[in-house]
Write a protein that binds this ligand. Structure first.
Ligand code: NAD
Ligand code: TYD
Length: 340
């Protein structure tokens, strides 16, 4: 392993992975390939922009000629694919881009990767492919029951990875991370959205009864997990990266408010997300057997995250303009108005 293509490396988790890999492996060349959609942000890569072993190329994973060119020019031997449309609510409003990137994009990366003889392909996936689990923990061999267009698109991408392994003998691994939070997360997902809204004393639209459960994983733990599976995962296998920090949304929200010294009266129970999964929870055993273990518990990770948003307004204030405001209006204006 020497020349690693990190697709989607300008996003939230991909950029944490790039920063981690550039610092940890001076002998590897890390090439970030990203379309810079609304969620991609070159600011996320400022900490590594001057490093010798880092390069950035702008492009679309579903663009065959662009993918072929970077694979050839940089003599890529390893692909780690973070590129995705990643927000469930946006997938409900407009699924098209999800099929383009999370299904077709994965196929193009696999197909061009195979032609260029890459040695390993790592697909970054999600616990959402298992769908809702009422109790117990999802295991890697459980069946897929995705419920949102986002989850279904990620499941489709994974199945293509499986097929390229089974059919063409490609060396592949898959990671399935749980809900991730931390610095540099686009402020549409629960933790950064509520944190930045609460800083400005704005209402927090909690879907339904707020009792939905997610398993929260700190972003640096997720990045180290992908590193572990990339290096030590068995070919053709999938590995859960579980935070083992199950919390319901009310607990997460009230903890954010407490850390900011803001009142619970900012919470608004708004009409629920369509097809909303009640609970995700996975077993971490298989990844643990490879030597990965999360280091951050939820309390420590959330405190660090909230502090980061308090101290880095330069990063998020300029995001919460333009396209973001259009999306906010579409997603929340009616919901909030209905409970005022
Ligand atoms: P993100 O939305 O912050 O970043 C996605 C990145 O992909 C952006 O930089 C974007 O510009 C890029 N991108 C989108 N379409 C592209 C295309 N067609 N070609 C090239 N680049 C493109 O997402 P994230 O939260 O960092 O998630 C990264 C990966 O991890 C995704 O595959 C997601 O499914 C998975 N995941 C996320 C979570 C989570 O809680 N955020 C949990 C588990 C798994
Ligand atoms: P999110 O961060 O969108 O992640 P995911 O849908 O991938 O789990 O949402 C986390 C939980 O928070 C989920 O149960 C939906 C809920 N949520 C709200 O209640 N209000 C919101 O405005 C958002 C964005 C999420």
């Amino acid at each position: 392993m020497k020349n690693i293509l990190v697709t989607g490396g300008a996003g939230f988790i991909g950029s944490a992975f790039v920063r981690h890999m550039v610092a940890s492996y001076p002998d590897y060349n890390i090439i970030c390939f990203d379309k810079l959609t609304y969620a991609g942000n070159i600011d996320n890569l400022l900490p590594v922009s001057d490093e010798e072993n880092y390069r950035f190329e702008r492009g679309d994973v579903a663009d065959r000629s662009a993918v072929s060119r970077v694979l050839r020019e940089y003599r890529i031997d390893t692909v780690v694919n973070f590129a995705a449309e990643s927000h469930v609510d946006r997938s409900i409003l407009a699924p098209d881009a999800f099929i383009h990137t999370d299904v077709v994009g994965v196929y193009i990366l696999l197909d061009e990767g195979r032609k260029h003889g890459i040695e390993r392909f790592c697909q970054v996936s999600t616990d959402e492919v298992y769908g809702d689990i009422e109790d117990g923990l999802s295991l890697e061999d459980d069946r897929f029951l995705p419920n949102s267009p986002y989850a279904a698109s990620k499941a489709g991408g994974e199945l293509m990875v499986r097929a390229y392994h089974a059919t063409y003998g490609m060396d592949t691994v898959i990671t399935r991370g749980s809900n991730t939070y931390g610095p540099y997360q686009y402020p549409e997902k629960l933790v950064p959205f509520f944190t930045t809204e609460a800083i400005d004393d704005r209402p927090l639209p909690l879907y339904g009864d707020g009792e939905q459960i997610r398993d929260w994983l700190y972003v640096d733990d997720h990045a180290r997990g992908v590193d572990r599976i990339l290096h030590y995962g068995a070919t053709g296998e999938a590995y859960n990266l579980a935070g083992e920090n199950q919390r319901n949304n009310i607990e997460v929200t009230t903890r954010i408010l407490k850390l900011l010294g803001k009142p619970d009266s900012l919470i608004r129970h708004v009409p629920d997300r369509e097809g909303h999964d009640r609970r995700y929870a996975m077993s971490a055993e298989k990844a643990r057997a490879l030597g990965w273990r999360r280091q951050f518990d939820f309390e420590t990770g959330l405190e660090a995250t909230v502090r980061w948003y308090q101290e880095n307004e330069w990063w998020w204030r300029k995001i919460k303009t333009g396209e973001y405001l259009d999306y906010y209006k579409q997603q929340y204006a009616e919901r909030l108005a209905s409970v005022e």
